[in-house]
Design a protein around this ligand. Structure first.
Ligand SMILES: Cc1cc2nc3c(=O)[nH]c(=O)nc-3n(C[C@H](O)[C@H](O)[C@H](O)COP(=O)(O)OP(=O)(O)OC[C@H]3O[C@@H](n4cnc5c(N)ncnc54)[C@H](O)[C@@H]3O)c2cc1C
Length: 412
């Protein structure tokens, strides 16, 4: 329970209209009835300092579309929303970069760039994502050409010490020392709160085209998908289970017209690709977010292209419906659960995913699971030797556990 004097201190720190009391909201079994929404970086860093001094814990929230990610929190006194940290601070069309506040919905950035000849290379699967949420969750969707950290040139981050730190800047050459952008990206708001970001943009393609390839065998589907992923103009290369035993490869090519035409002709000749509507990409996006009803699990695994076929075959044998992006070396596996799942069945799925991920050359994250299943498990899998480093970083950046305590890997 937050004491009245602590509420007063938070109200002063967060600024006018930034403290909202509301009905209790659940987050993986814990509830909070307070949301803090600072309107600027100063307000954010002041609020974090007060939270730390008061020994309070928050769940950091962008649009909240992926709020359920991670382990159950070990503390929750309030939500810290970036809902008022919105706006495009700068857009430099000559350099192809923009500086955006972290709570800004990606769709607003896309709208602002429309007609400028530039587009945003961030593409999380969710349509409501904020810039900060996408970067913090290392979230990738069908049109992502790499991880969000590859598109981040610079970040301003507020720490629970009350410090505001800048890493990187508008152009790459500003980076000195450790590239801390890479540390904050994908840390799920467990080390600091992203205030704003300098983002690299990409030129709007002259031409884009989408096609698809059907296969009845995993080997043939993986060959086609990996070939498509290696096309110069590839923007999307996805492979997904299709019905009982089929496979569907969906491709989008984008770039200068001659290159797109050449790649398209090659995929037609070599793999029998047929033209398809752009909606096919949105179907892939929906598939990525799918969690089987009434209850289900969704995992994200890393898989080397050379291990893609065996990874898909093993997971499918384990009952998973699958989606993979060979170009990003990512596989998404969804498993349905009974309404009241048997613990042994759940454990068998986690065990299977862990061993498949190991043979695939990567790790796994359980992106979606019922709270009951999360108990006693780490949704980020086994950290192994890096557990101590992860713990030490949390201890250094957020020693009192203000930010999303217990949610990140290793229950940090
Ligand atoms: C139903 C649904 C399920 C989804 N499932 C997935 C999924 O499994 N995998 C996936 O990649 N995407 C998923 N998404 C897509 C989701 O939209 C993206 O991950 C998106 O990038 C999250 O952005 P957000 O603003 O909604 O962040 P939120 O959901 O609010 O937060 C996501 C994570 O980032 C942290 N965070 C948010 N803002 C900041 C900040 N400024 N500084 C530091 N940390 C911050 C939060 O604490 C949280 O850990 C899902 C979307 C929906 C609608």
């Amino acid at each position: 329970m937050i004491a009245p004097d602590q509420i007063d201190a938070l109200r002063d720190a967060v600024g006018d209209g930034g403290l909202q009391e509301h009905a209790p909201v659940d987050l993986d079994g814990l509830t909070a009835a307070l949301t803090l929404s600072p309107a600027d970086g100063e307000g954010l860093s002041r609020t974090l300092a007060v939270l730390r001094n008061c020994g309070l814990a928050v769940a950091v929230r962008g649009s909240g579309s992926y709020a359920g990610v991670g382990n159950p929190p070990i503390g929750l006194d309030a939500f810290l929303s970036t809902g008022r940290l919105v706006g495009i601070e700068e857009f430099d069309a000559s350099e192809g970069v923009c500086h955006v506040q972290s709570g800004t919905p990606l769709r607003d950035v896309r709208d602002a760039l429309a007609g400028s000849g530039w587009e945003l290379p961030l593409d999380p699967p969710g349509r409501d994502s904020t810039v900060g949420g996408c970067i913090a969750a290392a979230s990738v969707g069908p049109r992502a050409l790499g991880l969000p950290c590859d598109q981040v040139l610079g970040l301003t981050v507020s720490l629970t010490s009350g410090e505001r730190v800048r890493c990187g800047g508008r152009v790459v050459k500003n980076v000195t020392g450790y590239d801390l952008n890479k540390l904050y990206s994908g840390s799920f708001g467990s080390l600091g709160v992203i205030e704003s970001a300098w983002l690299r943009l990409r030129a709007v393609p002259e031409r884009s085209a989408s096609c698809e390839i059907q296969r009845s065998d995993a080997a043939g589907a993986c060959l086609a998908a990996i070939a498509a992923a290696r096309c110069v103009s590839r923007r999307v290369a996805a492979i997904a289970t299709n019905g009982a035993d089929g496979w569907r490869v969906v491709v989008e090519l984008a770039g200068d017209a001659p290159t797109v035409e050449r790649d398209l002709a090659w995929l037609r000749d070599e793999y029998g690709a047929s033209d398809t509507a752009q909606e096919a990409i949105e179907q892939i996006r929906d598939l990525q977010l799918e969690v089987p009803a009434p209850l289900g699990l969704r995992f994200r695994l890393g898989a080397l292209p050379s291990r893609l076929e065996s990874t898909l075959v093993e997971l499918r044998a384990g009952g998973a419906s699958l989606l993979a992006y060979p170009g990003l070396q990512l596989v998404y596996a969804s498993f349905s659960l009974d309404a009241s799942p048997d613990e042994a069945d759940v454990e068998a799925i986690f065990h299977n995913v862990k061993s498949v991920a190991h043979s695939a050359g990567g790790g796994y994250v359980c992106e979606a699971a019922p709270t009951s299943v999360k108990a006693g498990r780490d949704m980020f899998g086994d950290l192994g030797a890096s557990a101590a480093i992860v713990r030490a970083l949390k201890q250094r950046f957020d020693p009192t556990g203000v930010l999303n305590p217990g949610r990140f890997a290793g229950r940090n």
